[in-house]
Design a protein. Structure first.
Length: 878
């Protein structure tokens, strides 16, 4: 017990020392200001400014007598008009004015070592020393066995009362009384030390020695606390602080706890009432805050440990918290920091305690009633004074925890439904009413209205979703669309930043509720479609609001919808990956058409409608993303339908129909792209972009699949038996034709200046490849995947390329197309080198003679014809 006594007294002493050091600065500042005022008063009487001004004006007037000051009124005589013949009354000339004392700037607070150690600390440390002196005196008598417990207790009490008496009447003592009057800190120190020793003595008498019973000890503690507050009215904060510490420690000293809840709450109520009254009387905000915190510590301990009378605890928290809030609201114009803390801290403490009490009360009606009453008080305060709005938001947000815990517990589902509805309506109804007013804070009330429907729903949906069918959640979500949409409609024209926040929040909450309603009402296959429907609604609303913020909001569900579209089309992605890697696709490995229609086609059509129609406002990049996602999904479904025509489901069917299927698809893409670009009027039109996309996809298929992974030269596929009318010749020849047409399209030239040249080069290469494929099919037949090339086939390649070069030169000379002439010359050079270096080595006899003869005649003829063209062009230039 002795160690506990030492710890208690040491804690009291340290708290008192910290508080007194903080108070010294304020006392010193007041002393300095009083000293300045006294110095000014002792400087002498100075004529008022107004009097001096009147005297100066009269001195300037020629008819005015000399400046004088009436003795009786001490005001200057004022003369107007003509001078009277009467002799003036006797006046006393004003003495020369004293020079105005220089206005001294208020001295800045300084903490010099001499001032701190020499002037401030000794008195307070002396008071603390008296506390320790009393304690160690009692300890010494115990160790030495000099006095009995009763005598020690009486002496300690007498010592405490002597200190208190000294603080009260020390100023009347001869010789030393002047010290009490000159420095009030001496009396404050004695009073604080006396109160501390009294509390320690009562603890010793009741707990250590057991000389008195608990009722008597409790009554004496109350009396000591009253005495401390009475002394605080005269001696200030130090004594009040000692009374506060002792008052909150009194129940512990008296042994009151969870087993004595009614008595303890009665004492705390009376004690807090006294503290609040003293704080309000002396304008001590710090006392109000400390009192609220101390009361909260006791009630939180009871909430955790008490097993009975818990409703009384809730009622006490409600009453004490409400009183603290009302008292704190009276401190208007005080220190802004402490004023804000006094306004919000009591409400926050009370709300936290009631939230902690709800699980102990099994989330019963009475627990929710306590929380609802305090929340209603917060609403009333915020309705009257906008500065209480943060408390209102805190009450609603803090309610999320007990709501979620209640849904997760074994509490009655009926009770939780009523609690959720009651919480939402309690905050939503006044919030909606206030949001429709003309008050400056109407936007904050609108945000509160949105939160009032979101918080209870979020708590229930997050925890209790498995307890109810999807149709129930769909119905609840659909009902919650209307209030959020109403807020969004009210704020459709947002001028300020906070109005934009309300506009976005209302639309976002309505969209979220709509999405939940759709996804819980429809099967999972329609998640992407439901998401795009919500995005379409937001994009359409963006047209009405004329703001970019709503477009950005619409981009959020669009992004999630695209992700859902990709996730629902995973079988397409799997098939695409296999095809790009050279895997033969069969119909059995493709998605089901019905499933693909729900997962891919429908959302693709929706997102394409959003991108294409002007009724939906989207950002530039968002619209591009929707075009790409919708177009890709639509093409994937069309490709799936096209795969059903050939219905390739085995390797043998792939050999027979694989190339034909790809030729038809690729050529249809070329045709669609060409038609779209013919329809386009400008490069930025949707037709031009669609045409370019189709052409690009066709070229990719041609290069990657037909000339790459599924090339008929090494992957057996039927070209057809006809020498020229075969799939290989037709496919490559038509591709060359499309490229040549594209090179002359103005849309291609507008897209990029180099694209026409690239298209011409691609067309010429495709023509040369057509000639080679034609020769290969002529020699090999239906399947051209053989590995050997005989002499005749090799010579036919040279002949075909030579004929093609001659044709290019002839057409180029006739039409004046330089690209054909240059291509013909280049190809002729290649053929010549091939004949001299490769073909001549393989031929013998007459064939060798004929080959060189034919090549020579052709070269001579070409040179003669080309020379005429060059000479004609030069003559025209001259």
């Amino acid at each position: 017990m002795g160690d506990a006594m030492e710890g208690l007294l040491l804690l009291i002493a340290l708290v008192l020392a910290v508080w007194l050091l903080n108070l010294n600065g304020r006392i010193k500042l007041l002393e300095e200001r009083i000293s300045i005022l006294i110095d000014r008063m002792n400087a002498g009487s100075v004529a008022p400014v107004a009097a001096q001004r009147d005297v100066a004006e009269e001195a300037d007037s020629p008819t005015a007598p000399p400046p004088a000051m009436a003795y009786a009124s001490r005001r200057p005589a004022t003369v107007k008009g003509e001078v009277s013949d009467e002799k003036p009354r006797a006046t006393i000339e004003a003495p020369p004015p004293h020079p105005e004392p220089e206005t001294e700037a208020p001295p800045k607070r300084s903490w010099s070592f001499e001032e701190l150690v020499g002037g401030k600390l000794p008195i307070w440390v002396g008071g603390i020393s008296l506390v320790f002196a009393g304690f160690f005196l009692v300890r010494y008598t115990i160790d030495a066995g000099l006095l009995g417990p009763g005598t020690r207790s009486v002496l300690a009490a007498l010592f405490a009362l002597l200190l208190i008496a000294g603080s009260q009447w020390g100023g009347r003592l001869p010789k030393i009384g002047e010290s009490f009057t000159a420095d009030p800190r001496i009396a404050q120190s004695l009073a604080g030390a006396g109160i501390a020793i009294l509390y320690g003595t009562l603890y010793m008498v009741a707990e250590v020695y057991g000389l008195i019973g608990m009722p008597i000890a409790f009554a004496l503690l109350i009396a000591t606390t009253i005495l401390a507050f009475a002394l605080a009215l005269r001696h200030g904060p130090p004594t009040a602080l000692m009374g506060l510490i002792g008052g909150f420690a009194a129940p512990w000293v008296a042994g009151l706890g969870p087993d004595n809840v009614p008595v303890l709450l009665l004492y705390l109520g009376v004690f807090l009432a006294g503290l609040f009254g003293l704080a309000l009387w002396r304008r001590w905000l710090w006392l109000l805050l400390l009192a609220s915190g101390g009361g909260a510590l006791w009630t939180i301990g009871l909430i955790v440990a008490a097993e009975s009378a818990l409703p009384l605890v809730g009622l006490f928290v409600l009453a004490a918290g409400g009183a603290a809030i009302l008292v704190g609201d009276r401190f208007v114009g005080s220190d802004p920091r402490l004023e804000a803390m006094a306004r919000y801290a009591p409400m926050a403490l009370a709300l936290v305690q009631l939230a902690m009490l709800l699980p102990r009360l099994q989330f019963s009606w009475i627990g929710w009633g306590f929380y609802g009453v305090l929340s209603a008080m917060a609403i009333a305060l915020a309705w009257r004074d906008e500065r209480h709005m943060p408390s209102l938001f805190g009450a609603l947000l803090l309610c999320l925890m007990p709501l979620a815990a209640g849904w997760d517990s074994q509490a009655s589902r009926t009770m939780m439904i009523v609690a959720s509805l009651g919480t939402g309506l309690l905050f939503a109804i006044p919030a909606h009413l206030r949001a429709r007013s003309d008050q400056p804070s109407r936007a904050y009330w609108a945000i509160l209205a949105l939160m009032a429907q979101a918080v209870p729903f979020a708590a229930a949906f997050t925890v209790a979703k498995p307890d109810y069918p999807d149709s129930v959640w769909a119905a609840v979500s659909a009902l919650l669309i209307a209030p959020a949409a109403f807020i969004a409609w009210q704020w459709r024209q947002a001028s300020s930043r906070i109005d934009q926040i309300v506009q976005i929040a209302g639309a976002a909450l309505a969209a979220a509720m709509g999405w939940l309603a759709l996804t819980h009402l429809l099967p999972n296959d329609y998640i992407a479609s439901a998401t795009f429907a919500i995005a379409a609604a937001l994009a359409a609303w963006a047209i009405r609001t004329n703001g970019s913020a709503m477009q950005k909001l619409a981009a959020i569900p669009l992004g999630f919808g695209i992700l859902a579209l990709v996730a629902g089309s995973w079988r397409f992605l799997d098939a695409l990956g296999g095809a790009l890697g050279g895997e033969i696709l069969t119909v059995s490995g493709l998605p089901d058409i019905t499933e693909a229609a729900k997962l891919t086609l429908l959302p693709s059509l929706l997102v394409l409608a959003i991108a294409a129609l002007p009724q939906f406002a989207l950002g530039r990049w968002t619209r591009w993303a929707t075009w790409f996602a919708g177009g890709t999904g639509l093409l994937a479904f069309i490709w799936l339908i096209a795969k059903q025509v050939a219905h390739i489901d085995s390797p043998s069917q792939f050999i027979t129909l694989g190339l034909a299927e790809r030729v038809v698809m690729t050529q249809l893409l070329f045709l669609a792209g060409w038609l779209a670009m013919r329809r386009a009027t400008e490069g930025a039109s949707i037709w031009a972009k669609a045409g370019l996309a189709a052409i690009a996809l066709a070229l990719f298929r041609l290069c990657w699949f037909d000339l790459g992974v599924f090339n008929p030269l090494y992957e057996a596929q039927a070209l057809g038996p006809a020498p020229i009318a075969n799939l290989g010749t037709i496919h490559i020849g038509l591709s060359a034709f499309w490229l040549w047409q594209l090179a002359r399209s103005p849309i291609i030239a507008k897209a990029h200046p180099q694209l026409p040249k690239l298209a011409e080069i691609g067309s010429l290469l495709a023509m040369a490849l057509t000639a080679l494929v034609t020769v290969r099919q002529l020699v090999q037949g239906n399947l051209i995947s053989g590995a050997t090339i005989d002499v005749g086939e090799n010579y036919l390649y040279s002949a075909a390329l030579l004929a093609l070069s001659i044709a290019w030169l002839a057409i180029g000379i006739k039409t004046g197309l330089a690209v054909l002439r240059l291509a013909g010359l280049a190809l002729l050079t290649v053929v010549t080198l091939k004949v001299f270096l490769i073909d001549a080595a393989a031929l013998e006899g007459v064939l060798r003679i004929l080959s060189f003869m034919g090549l020579g005649i052709a070269l001579i003829g070409i040179g003669w014809a080309y020379g005429r063209v060059m000479r004609a062009g030069k003559a025209t230039t001259d």
